[in-house]
Ligand binder design. Sequence first.
Ligand code: PGA
Length: 253
Amino acid sequence: MRKKIVAGNWKMNNTFQEGIKLVEEIINNEKTKPSNAVLKIIAPPFIHLASISDKLKSATGFASAAQNCHHETAGAYTGEVSAKMIASAGANFIIIGHSERRQYFGETNGVCVKKIDMALKENLIPIYCVGEKLEDRNDNNHFKIVKQQLQEALFHLSLSEFNNIVIAYEPVWAIGTGITATAAQAQEMHLFIRNEISNKYGNKAGAELSILYGGSCNANNAKELFACADVDGGLIGGASLKAADFITIANSF
Ligand code: PGA
């Protein structure tokens, strides 16, 4: 079902104690202005996940996410964390294919396929990230790249599997740079993604898909971005590290 979602991707920030303090601030702050219509997702580092998932259980309108998972169930993969473990920690979502994973850890669309399948197997909802680099946009290849990211990582799914997918459009040139896509650029790409999904899975699947925008989305520009017809919320990096900003963004619909 299409939902309004604001997800905070903490990336590799916050010690365990800082993370607990931040999530407490977010929950307390939100109590003063509850917006249950918006699902707020917190994606902390792995070590925070069980404690934060537990804290969020007693708050209304919240869920937790991992930022990544390994694509095998278990085994000799030193330093890795499986989707099964993430589910057992109480999380509900997994961010998959973030551009930082693609850039620094060599994740390909092919690896994303395996991670998406594993997440679905564990009843976790993948937030699958797509987005073009600056050179792709300058060369007018942005639609082609995003289409390929959709086709190669998602289009093996059945319709019922696909119904459990959330997509985040994150132009790489906008992530952590302070440069946001204009509302028109975001809307244009979100509509393109929705149409691609409708072509593959039917109009109902397209209409029910939640598509989040990510890339320097903050308390000042969220309203304009979220007002776009095909933008269903945001995947927020830097601005999710301050409780007040995260809540302002979640209340920007
Ligand atoms: P940013 O990151 O909001 O700091 O640009 C977004 C993301 O990477 O999800």
